[in-house]
Design a protein around this ligand. Structure first.
Ligand code: COA
Length: 358
């Protein structure tokens, strides 16, 4: 929704991100086994040329393969950086909104685990939400945070997106269409209220959309709850463990992503009356460089305003937008006070857009 002049608006108080140290380039990826160990022979039939040409991805980050890192740990690093950037103590948080498709466990959600790792578990007045909108989680979460803050429900919200994809990818030719796309990482915002008459301050606009008929076009089932037993395969049996890995109708996802991101971007401008003169940066979800180039072309977005990081991090799903903004802030391109239009698309299908001032 778009807002009239109002005293309380949602301000972005801080931003932070984190990626693990291990860099896996396209060449190495082809030789990794499912324990992420480089083998002498190729495990996946793919090439650096194919991956770069079709997706733009050059390399991505993976957590160590020793079982020591959880999704909540990636989130913790990003959250601490965002809190430090905001000058907010973790104990001040009264809400955590955690977006991920790779939670630590099936339940409980990873928000409560992050709360404990932040050392604020005794702060029982901190509500913890987990949201399940995959690559659209950042916009869905921002809309939730904005509504909570504007209604006075919470005053200090941590919105975090974190993904540990590398443990749930198929390192064989069977899974190559999906495996080459994804990487591990996290991004976080700290949000709070500000009293202002400036209608362009803080979060200016958010919109969230869904079309559930696309649910099976990009999904990771792992189990089917209708069945008894609900999980009935040997995870190590390659002929029967396909449910363990994401499946994707790549072309359908591509087309719907372009359409959803173009439409939500155009609607964001129309509803706010803004033009690209009012906006410094377009930060699309980082799914595929070709999707982002097509969106920019069709929506008439000035090329020098488009920020990407997919070359370096691949698709980090719920983390991709805050990670991209923070990456370019660290490189001096994005600055406090810049206005950003972000648009996203993800599994569900879900999509949306937002305009906000950093
Ligand atoms: N390396 C080499 N070849 C690959 C490959 C890989 N990693 N992945 C797929 N191929 C092969 C296919 O098997 C196919 O071979 P075939 O012609 O012998 O059957 C060929 O490349 C073409 O596959 P196709 O699926 O038509 O390619 P594409 O141009 O559609 O590109 C994607 C595939 C996955 C890159 C593309 O569809 C895409 O990016 N879709 C959107 C994905 C996305 O954004 N997902 C996340 C949304 S949040």
């Amino acid at each position: 929704m778009s807002y009239p002049r109002h005293m309380i608006r949602t301000k972005i108080l801080g931003l932070g991100s984190y990626v693990p140290e291990r860099v896996v380039d396209n060449h190495e990826l082809a030789f990794l086994d499912d324990r992420h160990v480089r083998q002498p022979t190729r495990q996946t039939e793919t090439s650096d040329e194919w991956i770069q040409q079709r997706t733009g991805v050059r390399e991505r980050r993976y957590v160590p393969n020793d079982g020591s890192v959880w999704t909540s740990d990636l989130a913790l690093h990003a959250a601490r950086r965002a809190l430090a950037d905001a000058g907010v103590d973790a104990a001040e948080l009264d809400c955590i909104i955690f977006g991920t498709l790779s939670p630590d466990f099936h339940f409980p959600g990873t928000g409560v685990i992050l709360q404990t790792k932040l050392g604020i578990a005794e702060r029982t007045s901190c509500a913890c939400f987990d949201i399940r909108q995959q690559c659209s989680a950042f916009i869905y979460g921002l809309q939730m945070a904005d509504a909570f803050i504007r209604t006075g429900t919470y005053r200090r919200i941590l919105l975090v997106g974190a993904e540990l994809h590398s443990h749930a990818l198929d390192f064989t030719t069977r899974g190559r269409d999906v495996t080459v796309l994804f990487g591990d990482g996290a991004g976080a915002l700290v949000l709070g209220p500000v009293e202002t008459d400036d209608p362009r301050a803080g979060v200016v606009y958010t919109s969230a959309h869904a079309d559930g008929t696309g649910a099976s076009d990009l999904c990771l089932k792992i189990f089917e709850i209708a069945r008894l037993p609900y999980l009935d395969y040997d995870a190590r049996d390659r002929d029967h463990n396909a449910l363990m890995y994401p499946r994707m109708e790549g072309k359908r996802v591509f087309l719907h992503a372009v359409r959803g991101m173009v439409m939500s971007t155009q609607a964001a401008l129309a509803r706010t009356g803004m033009t690209w003169d009012d906006i410094q940066w377009f930060v699309p979800h980082q799914a595929n460089l070709r999707i982002n180039e097509k969106v920019a072309e069709v929506a008439g977005i000035p090329r020098d305003k488009v920020l990407n990081t997919i070359e370096l991090y691949g698709n980090t799903t719920a983390a991709s937008v805050p990670l991209t903004i923070d990456h370019w802030r660290q490189h001096g391109r994005v600055k406090r006070g810049d206005r950003i239009l972000s648009s996203v698309f993800g599994s569900g299908f879900t999509w949306g857009a937002a305009i906000f001032t950093l």
